[in-house]
Design a protein around this ligand. Structure first.
Ligand SMILES: Cc1cc2nc3c(=O)[nH]c(=O)nc-3n(C[C@H](O)[C@H](O)[C@H](O)COP(=O)(O)O)c2cc1C
Length: 172
């Protein structure tokens, strides 16, 4: 069983999630590589695919969405799991599974590639690394509360999800 974890990350936190998922899959006895979409990974030779993107302004990053569309035929023939790395802070009582937190592309992806699952994971934000445009967006009153500084990634949740994938692929 050979799995590729494809990701698109702007500032690195989604890359670290993808690398962590690949590492956890390997611990479950699944051969797994993490690759950025920017390396145009070839999916032939992989039995299953995990694809994740950072979320900006309620969308997957364009390169990740284009990767899914470009590879839709191959992806539709394989087991695929999707993840989005996004929310930093939620309203009290809200959950990352709320449908309104789902990036806009996920409905389309469900139709064209039939993923086994899509999960939203909490992300991370380091203001010192933001590009100018993101820094300006973060200053808007509506955005400020939603985009706090910090690392909110929940590694236990991510590890559990990697375990689910390994089990679905038939490893103990
Ligand atoms: C300008 C800006 C807009 C963002 N918009 C969203 C959003 O609409 N939805 C969301 O869940 N997360 C949003 N985020 C949070 C990022 O997705 C989060 O910081 C993520 O972990 C970044 O991943 P990266 O380090 O791989 O680029 C936004 C962050 C910034 C800086």
């Amino acid at each position: 069983m050979n799995v590729i974890v494809v990701y698109k990350s702007r500032y690195g936190s989604t890359r670290e999630i993808a690398e962590f998922i690949a590492e956890k899959l390997r611990e479950h006895g699944v051969q797994a590589d993490a690759r950025s979409v920017d390396t145009a990974p070839d999916l032939e030779g992989y039995n299953a695919v995990v694809i994740g993107s950072a979320v900006y302004m309620e969308h997957w990053m364009k390169e990740a969405a284009e990767f899914v569309r470009r590879n839709r035929t191959v992806l539709a023939e394989r087991p695929v799991w999707l993840f989005s790395s996004g929310p930093l802070q939620l309203e009290p009582g809200a959950s990352p599974d709320d449908p309104e937190l789902e990036p806009k592309e996920i409905g389309e992806f469900r139709e064209i590639i039939h993923p086994r699952d899509h999960r939203v994971f909490f992300g991370a934000l380091d203001p010192g690394r933001l590009g100018l445009q993101h820094r300006l967006i973060r200053k808007l009153p509506a955005a400020r509360a939603l985009l706090p500084e910090g690392d909110f990634r929940n590694w236990d949740d991510i590890e559990a999800w990697a375990g689910d994938i390994a089990r679905a692929l038939g490893t103990p």
